[in-house]
Design a protein around this ligand. Structure first.
Ligand code: SF4
Length: 364
């Protein structure tokens, strides 16, 4: 979405910054009672190459015990048995980004020359599946939704790749720049797509985990979600760039240039993470997870929807003070989840206002 902040960053993290990052995370692990996960993502972390990858993972694992998950999000194209072995050695689980079967994946995930990347990604997944520690290493697939695709075909395809878990993401977009496939902020193409996925998922006697739907079901039943962007649990997310700069969630970059930057320049090279997290500015960023829009705050669906992710609320002028651009999609999906749970004789969370639980589900 036009973000080119990466141009100002070193392409590779230096050994000094890796050392500073490992120290900062080790210190945070001592300072903070709650465990946290560290995710290498990009860009593309495997572009480090095997030697540098081993250095990064060895440095991080030296400061983080096994109670602190280390994970990698990769496009999978450079996965080899050597890089998989390195990840296994330092207990780093791997999730692969793939949007669906070849035709779906090739719509957005093309190489520099416009070539298909699909075959290479699937070859990378096969490396994981064949690895002796596959049950740990291969944590799952991450897919950005293409609402023009067939959700059942995508689901079946991912199952065929042996994915133990599948995570689906709404595409980046906002009120000023509508996500691909959305006719208007009031249309519900993604909600329809997810509702059809729900039917495929619940009709499967041996399903993989689908975190987005699991969270939504749990929230409708009065439980808690584990994923940012649904429900009302707060998540603390900080990004460390390749020069060591500490930033906000990088998904915010799609709103406007610099939306992920704090006004203070903080770096793992000069600042303790727990000190940054204790500042007023970090608290204001953290509070952004909760919707400010009066429409959301009085919404019958709020306990499950949570107002969506901040990046999806953005609109030039009113900034983040809006419902999610996926508001109609969320309502369609939540209605269908409630309808389906009721059919199973399950009791819906009484915190969900009557309006949400009594409105007719949108047919799919
Ligand atoms: S359904 Fe719409 S109005 Fe309700 S909380 Fe979600 S984004 Fe806000």
């Amino acid at each position: 979405m036009g973000d080119d902040g990466w141009r100002d960053m070193p392409a590779l993290i230096s050994r000094e910054t890796v050392g500073a990052l490992a120290e900062a995370l080790g210190e945070l692990a001592r300072d903070q009672a709650k465990p946290f996960a560290t995710v290498l993502h990009g860009g593309e972390p495997l572009m480090l190459g095997a030697r540098r990858l081993e250095f990064v993972l060895r440095s991080l694992r030296a400061k983080l015990s096994s109670g602190h998950a280390l994970c990698m999000q990769t496009n999978g194209m450079l996965l080899t048995s050597e890089t998989a072995d390195i990840c296994a050695r330092y207990d780093v689980s791997i999730s692969v980004s793939l949007d669906g079967p070849r035709a779906v994946n090739d719509r957005f995930r093309l190489g520099k020359q416009g070539e298909s990347t699909h075959e290479k990604v699937v070859a990378g997944i096969e490396v994981l599946r064949r690895h002796p520690r596959a049950a740990f290493l291969y944590s799952g697939l991450l897919s950005v939704i293409d609402p023009t695709s067939d959700p059942r075909a995508t689901y079946d395809y991912f199952k065929g790749l042996g994915a133990p878990s599948i995570d689906f993401l709404y595409r980046d977009g906002n009120h000023s720049s509508l996500p691909f496939g959305k006719e208007s902020p009031d249309s519900d193409e993604y909600g329809q797509w997810l509702s059809r996925l729900l039917e495929a998922y619940l009709g499967d006697p041996a399903p993989p985990r689908v975190r987005f739907l699991d969270d939504m079901i749990k929230l409708c039943l009065g439980g808690f979600g584990i994923k940012e962007g649904l429900g009302q649990t707060d998540f603390g997310i900080a990004i460390v760039e390749t020069d060591g700069t500490i930033c906000k969630n990088d998904t915010l970059k799609s709103s406007f240039d610099g939306a992920d930057r704090f006004t203070e320049h903080w770096s793992v090279r000069t600042h303790a993470l727990s000190a940054v997290f204790a500042t007023q500015e970090f608290a204001r960023y953290h509070a952004l997870q909760r919707p400010t829009s009066s429409t959301c705050r009085s919404c019958a669906y709020l306990p499950v929807c949570g107002g969506g992710m901040p990046l999806h609320r953005w609109k030039a002028g009113t900034e983040f003070d809006n419902p999610s651009v996926y508001c109609s999609d969320q309502k369609t999906l939540i209605s269908n989840v409630i309808l389906r749970l009721r059919k199973e004789g399950l009791k819906i969370d009484p915190r969900l206002a009557e309006r949400a639980t009594s409105s007719p589900a949108v047919s799919v």
